[in-house]
Design a protein around this ligand. Structure first.
Ligand code: GLN
Length: 197
């Protein structure tokens, strides 16, 4: 499996490790490539859009011509996992002119909703299809405040969605790559396989 991490900005190495771990759990190996320019996304089977700063990521992927390739990837039904700032960039409405949302997950987001109250928090949360709760790390996390009709909510905190699936896209407000638990990467990239215990 060739996994591309959008690496214009954000926590890239952690995602690379998590996707390798998820693949290893299925006796597969993942070749991870870092994407900073156009021309690489079309060769990738799966993509990861990391956390970081959504305004910066949005600007750079537009500038480098990567944004259109990401849209084509999803239009072809290939998976992408978007986390935190990645969720904001992949949303349909980021309510901020500095972010040009890719419209890949039919949600609207409030960029620093959780961040304003508290910069960072952690919670053990139940996630659809996972047997045990997931230790979720939230860092200046966005809130998802509106979810389209075809979006499946996979997890909530205080009644608010924090993990969603929209077709081939899984997006989280938290950072699954910051723990060594690969189950969210597994959900995103091996949905048809037996879920990891
Ligand atoms: N709230 C940040 C943003 O707007 C995202 C924070 C993160 O990715 N940890 O980009």
């Amino acid at each position: 499996m060739k996994a591309g991490v959008i690496a214009v900005q954000g926590d890239v190495a952690e995602h690379a490790a998590a996707v390798r771990n998820a693949a290893a759990a299925h006796d597969e190996s993942a070749e991870v490539v870092e994407i900073r320019e156009s021309g690489i996304v079309p060769d990738c089977d799966v993509l990861l859009m990391p956390g970081g700063e959504s305004t910066t990521i949005s600007r750079l992927i537009q500038q480098e011509g990567i944004a259109a390739e990401i849209r084509d990837h999803v239009a072809a039904g290939k998976p992408i996992l978007a986390t935190c700032a990645g969720l904001i960039v992949c949303s349909t409405d980021a309510k901020d002119d500095r972010v040009e949302p890719l419209g890949l997950v039919d949600v609207s987001v409030d960029r620093n909703a959780f961040g304003r109250q508290k910069d960072s928090f952690e919670a053990k949360i139940p996630v659809t299809d996972l047997e045990d709760p997931f230790h979720a790390v939230f860092i200046r996390a966005p809130a998802i405040d509106d979810v389209g009709p075809d979006v499946e909510t996979l997890a909530t905190v205080d009644g608010r969605p924090v993990a969603v699936r929209d077709g081939p896209v899984v997006a989280t407000a938290f950072h699954p790559e910051l723990t060594d638990d690969p189950r969210i990467h597994d959900l995103a990239f091996f949905p048809e396989r037996e879920v990891l215990a």
